[in-house]
Write a protein that binds this ligand. Sequence first.
Ligand SMILES: Nc1c(NC[C@H](O)[C@H](O)[C@H](O)CO)[nH]c(=O)[nH]c1=O
Ligand SMILES: CC(=O)[C@@H](O)COP(=O)(O)O
Length: 159
Amino acid sequence: MSSAHKNLSVFNTEGLPDISAKKFVIVVAEWNDEVTGALYEGAHKTLLEYGAKPENIRRVNVPGSFELSFGSQVYAQKPDVDAVIAIGCVIQGETKHNDYINHAVAHGLTDVALKYNKPVIFGVLTPNTLQQALDRAGGIHGNKGDEAAMTAIKMLGLQ
Ligand SMILES: Nc1c(NC[C@H](O)[C@H](O)[C@H](O)CO)[nH]c(=O)[nH]c1=O
Ligand SMILES: CC(=O)[C@@H](O)COP(=O)(O)O
């Protein structure tokens, strides 16, 4: 189902775990920072809204989305980190570069989550245009950052 038919900021909030003692790291790609900044704000706001403490949320920047996997691993390996949220926006260009980045990040983040047995969330937009990104970073389709944060919360409820 596309974001046009399921708003990214609307979710079922029944049965959520207590995250008041949970520690989160949000790794943010600096490329397309107009978009990634809005995604970060959405994720940060959502974590606070559902019970995380401000002092338990840390932001870390990396140059681009390709670096999200390594940046996430640096923090996922820390015993006191409960979940990592990776934030990025990879906009299609003239070449296939975006495809290589997107596939690398998707696989890389999955590998980190499985290696360190903790949630590592794919909060990466992969739009064709900047407008599609803006529509999903607090625009008409909601905020992917909200969704990424809620996903982290729900995955912590599995443990
Ligand atoms: N074009 C985008 C990039 N490109 C940069 C890569 O992510 C990476 O930093 C570089 O290839 C060096 O390893 N990154 C994005 O996040 N978004 C883009 O649209
Ligand atoms: C995803 C990218 O790195 C992209 O912005 C690069 O653009 P291009 O494919 O036109 O070189």
